[in-house]
Write a protein that binds this ligand. Structure first.
Ligand code: PLP
Length: 396
């Protein structure tokens, strides 16, 4: 039965039936024109979702982490310096990946719950007079803490320092759910994955690559084979692929873009904002707070809820899975045990969110946490009633 419950982890997300159907297709020869017919709309759709200008979309059978690896392997050389702030598990893992590739990472340690420290980044870039820093890494939505960073501000900081570094952004848990402006923010590589905002199974790394990043590809010396953009782009030119593509997932991706655009991207973003606000109202009614330090940092796709002193967030997640068949996210790294996470992205309605909040409350009551049943649900209900798109006129 639990398979019928919605899922509240921040990816993989709940899958619309139409997307599952689109992925489920007979075997197709990926060297045939039929594949090109399937692939082109997916690529064109991603270009619109990312709000790219010039540049190329790259779709690799991989996950978000592979997208990070592809971004650096295609543009950087051993010993190059990159600048990154560490404020959560995902920014941390990206830094670790760069180090394992022999890059020199200049890390700005930032408290978990904060976002990209724009002033410190600008200062570091100004101090780098001989431009050793080749790329700045930005984690748009830190999924471990539920913190959204200001990527437009990050670009402004780079411009203020007149620094020529590339700007790479991890948008794995924001793209297709929260506003993202690849061209508008001057992002050189945007990284997404299939299993979050795109509502697909895991299995695709989805990247937008700017002309500047494509130029860096020509001189970059980090080794790459599977992830080599040059092979991809050569094959793309003829409607092909350098190896065997994940055909079903690509079909699903094209369908995902259609579903997102039917709702309208602005509608998708507004829905995520509204659902997130309902969750935050519930969290406040529980007497708790998000891990994100201030409202400007609140993510609209994931809330990491700081649990009361003496409580353990992981207990709630384990109980929810065992007793009610509902999945929430555990706290990771520095905030392990101190938070539990409610993913609210992808295919989700207010009714589904209410079910999740209600389950979390049952677990809190089971665990003896100081929370009154229904308090958070009621706060979210009030928010959803107030903000529902359809105004019902009262019948006499
Ligand atoms: C999920 C996630 C990733 C990792 O993606 P995988 O698909 O699991 O490799 C990277 N960054 C962020 C912000 C994420 O939320």
């Amino acid at each position: 039965m639990s398979a019928q419950n919605p899922i509240f982890i921040p990816g993989p997300t709940n899958m619309p039936e139409e997307i599952r159907k689109a992925c489920d297709m007979p075997t197709l020869d990926h060297r045939s024109p039929a594949f090109a017919r399937l692939f082109r709309p997916a690529v064109a759709g991603v270009r619109r979702i990312l709000r790219m200008g010039e540049g190329e979309v790259i779709i690799i059978p991989s996950t978000g982490t592979g997208g990070w690896e592809a971004a650096i392997a295609n543009t950087l050389s051993p010993g190059d310096t990159v600048l990154a702030a560490r404020f959560g598990m995902f920014s941390h893992r990206w830094i670790d990946l760069c180090r394992r590739h022999g890059l020199n990472v200049e890390v700005i340690e930032t408290p978990w719950g904060q976002g990209a420290p724009l002033k410190a980044i600008e200062t570091a870039l100004r101090a780098d007079r001989d431009h050793r820093i080749k790329a700045v890494l930005g984690t748009h939505n830190e999924t471990a803490t539920g913190v959204k960073s200001d990527i437009a501000g990050l670009r402004r900081a780079m411009d203020a320092a007149a620094h020529p570094a590339l700007l790479f952004v991890d948008g794995v848990s924001s793209i297709a759910s929260m506003p993202f402006e690849m061209a508008g923010w001057g992002v050189d590589i945007a990284v997404a994955g299939s299993q979050k905002g795109f509502m697909l199974p895991a299995g695709l790394a989805i990247l937008g690559v700017s002309p500047k990043a494509l130029a860096a590809m020509e001189t970059a010396r980090l080794p790459r084979t599977f992830f080599d953009f040059r092979d991809m782009l050569k094959s793309y030119a003829t409607g092909g692929y350098p190896y065997t593509p994940a055909v079903g997932l690509i079909a699903g991706l094209a369908r995902s873009v259609e579903i997102l655009e039917d709702e309208g991207l602005d509608g998708v973003f507004a829905r995520h904002q509204r659902l997130a606000e309902g969750v935050r109202q519930a969290v406040a009614a529980w007497g708790m707070r998000p891990c994100a330090a201030s409202p400007d940092l609140y993510s609209d796709t994931i809330t990491a809820v700081v649990v009361p002193e003496g409580c353990n967030g992981t207990d709630l997640v384990q109980l929810a899975a065992r007793k009610y068949g509902v999945a929430f996210g555990v706290g990771l790294g520095e905030v392990a045990g101190k938070v539990f996470r409610i993913g609210h992205l992808g295919m989700l309605t207010d009714v589904m969110v209410l079910a999740g909040l209600s389950t979390a409350e049952m677990c809190m009551a089971d665990l003896g946490w100081p929370v009154r049943l229904g308090s958070g649900v009621a706060a979210a209900q009030e928010h959803f009633r107030r903000t529902a798109a359809v105004e019902l006129t009262t019948a006499a």
